[in-house]
Design a protein around this ligand. Sequence first.
Ligand SMILES: [Zn+2]
Length: 352
Amino acid sequence: MIDGGEAIRKLALNVARYTGLAPLAKPFIGGIGAILMLHRVTATPEKPDSVNRHLNIAPGFLDAVIADMKASGYAFVSMDEAVERIKAGGKGGQFATITADDAYRDNMTEALPMLEKHCAPITIYVAPGLISGTADLWWDVVEDIVNVGTRLTLNTPGGPLTVDCSTPAKKLQANARLHAYLTSEVREEDLRAVLRDLANATGVDADGPRLRTLMNWDEIRGMAAHPLVTIGAHTINHSNLKRLSEADARHEIGAVRGLLQAELGEEPRHFAYPYGYASAVGCREVGFARDAGYTSAVTTRHGVLRAEHAGFLHALPRISVNGRYQSLAHIRTMLSGVTTPLANAGKMLVTI
Ligand SMILES: [Zn+2]
């Protein structure tokens, strides 16, 4: 789950598109390939007006993106092969690999048929705590809490704070306030307990979103056995690693390997940092992922791949294919590489 830097990216997209820069730039800055990032893929979202609707694309759009990229010469490869191609400096032509975070059930029911149609591999990053229920899909629970409640009381360092949720406009503000509260004011270790207190106070079932929208272990095992699917790790509890002590962060990154092996019979080779933005992953966390023995690790930083990423296999950027940009023109612009420096203060090589 992510929502970082979207405004600047949108600006960068439009600057690039309307100045006609993108097609001209592609041969020079298009890079060697791209890692696409998905979350939800469904034609029938249960809440079409959800504040989290940007996490969803329609399966028809995924179909169109893959077809368009194939037509312009991209080879769709597994994450293992993507790593080999990065190490080889992109020899073999432009490539793309698809990733999806959090293990949403629609990845199986609605995305997989599109991937099968195009023979396009996918890596799905699983946080076992989200599946087993020791961690919460808190951004969906927050939405439910705000929708049900008319006012909420938060315990902030400055004393109790009342949040008005009485109107649609107030609910939007309340949602943003709760995100800030849970991700920066409450300790990472306390997020779940605080969330569950708020859910209890409003009569919201905190397990509902997880059970409704994520795969269960049997479904993940079924996916793991599919020839197009690789299961990667996403920490144990979908933790913001930067907010944890070194011991706890290393545990979240390292011990998840054993948990996934116990469930799936195979240790994950690839890792995705939860949230993946600057306030969730930095140099320290990249070192931990490397130390844990992963072959690769991806962030949610925006960027195409370059040959130099061979030296940064644990800080790989991605191109988010999400509900905000459901147009082929946007995807082409992002793949042209022109938005990479625009969204990253001029940097062509995006790591962390
Ligand atoms: Zn995630």
